[in-house]
Write a protein that binds this ligand. Structure first.
Ligand code: KG4
Ligand code: ZN
Length: 341
């Protein structure tokens, strides 16, 4: 029987229905235009918007899956990490549905769901956990940059994370300096297509340092100084494209080099990637060519599963129940700072 999952950890209100590893529906209502005006996510606005959107999003997800509430076998929601007031909306709603239907509830770690999302492939999208092999997984979004060693299914160890800005945050903040609207990642990706990645030389922070941590705030600062020293550059469209391509090259170079190095060190034969920044075409291409060069298998989350969505929450929750993990208490609280380990 199917499972209903909710995701409200940041600025996407999402509901999905999954059944036996298959995504029957995955409705995502993005608040990006609402927050664009403020140049970033405003937590209280996000929570209010989740409240407004959750019921219509759930109704649509059930309708698209041709499922009625009574047919649900279990309910899941993101429990953390994320914005407290936003997490609260999805978690408490899911627990209320589970209570009303007398079904088990599963609270899911948002990053753990990202970690296994590259294993959902095909049409209709279906999870293949039987094929899972040890891998190094890169999770790159607006709030997080994580490198994780997945030893076997549901057994993983955090290798490193960012000590300051996340990779997506670096795209967004440098984009803001260039005058691009929030979130700037997709726009930098688009503009870079017509630019030269070697036009300007930006630092690759911590790329060659030992350890698996990342740091991106220095790169943003060097772009700020670069623009201060070249005040006329933004008036020339080709220079803007070159600047975007050069910044993007620096971010992608660090992500690819560190992911590949961790895979080599841990002797895994597989790399996976997910999170909003994994939509970036250059990152996808560079990971693909590096993996091909080194004979590694690469699994990139499908683009609609890279950004936040309830389908990945549902797939992991269903898997946990199938593997006889205990359901989560119906009065369990949100965990806004939940560590992955
Ligand atoms: O995973 P996500 O939807 O939300 C969270 O942050 O949790 O990721 C959003 C981030 C933003 O920083 C956005 O600029 C970035 O992903 N992003 C991209 C691209 N698409 C989204 N960055 C670079 N290139 C892209 N194509
Ligand atoms: Zn996410």
């Amino acid at each position: 029987m199917p499972l209903l999952a909710l995701e409200t950890s940041c600025d996407e209100t999402s509901a999905a229905v999954v059944h036996q590893g298959r995504i029957l529906s995955n409705v995502v209502s993005s608040q990006v235009t609402l927050h664009a005006e403020y140049g970033g996510v405003v937590p209280e606005l996000a929570a209010r918007e989740h409240l407004r959107n959750l019921i219509p999003v759930v109704q649509l997800a059930l309708r698209e899956a041709s499922v009625i509430a009574d047919q649900l076998d279990a309910v899941a929601a993101t429990r953390g990490p994320g914005l407290p007031s936003a997490l609260m909306v999805g978690l408490k709603a899911a627990q209320a549905v589970a209570f009303g239907l007398r079904r088990p509830f599963v609270g899911i770690h948002h990053h753990e769901a990202h970690l296994y999302s590259p294993w959902i492939q095909g049409q209709p999208p279906t999870a293949d956990f039987a094929g899972l092999q040890p891998n190094v997984s890169l999770i790159v979004s607006g709030g997080h940059t994580l490198l994780v060693h997945v030893c076997s299914e549901l057994d993983h160890r955090l290798l490193g994370s960012t000590v300051d800005d996340a990779a997506g945050e670096c795209f967004d903040k440098t984009g803001k300096l260039i005058g691009l609207p929030y979130p700037a990642g997709p726009e930098i990706d688009r503009l870079s297509e017509g630019g030269k990645p070697k036009a300007f030389d930006f630092p690759r922070p911590l790329r060659d340092a030992p350890g698996d941590d990342f740091s991106f705030s220095g790169l943003k600062t060097s772009v700020r100084y670069f623009l201060r020293d070249h005040p006329k550059l933004l008036a020339d469209p080709q220079s803007v494209r070159d600047l975007c391509a050069s910044v993007q090259a620096a971010i992608v170079d660090v992500l690819v080099a560190k992911t590949l190095r961790a895979a080599r060190r841990l002797r895994v034969r597989c790399i996976t990637a997910s999170g909003g920044v994994t939509c970036n075409r250059t990152l996808r291409q560079q990971l693909a060519s590096a993996c091909q060069r080194e004979g590694l298998i690469l699994l990139l989350a499908e683009k609609n599963l890279c950004t936040d969505n309830a389908a990945m929450i549902g797939i992991l929750a269903e898997r946990k129940l199938a593997l006889r993990h205990e359901p989560t208490d119906l009065d369990a609280d949100i965990r806004p700072n939940w560590a992955l380990d």
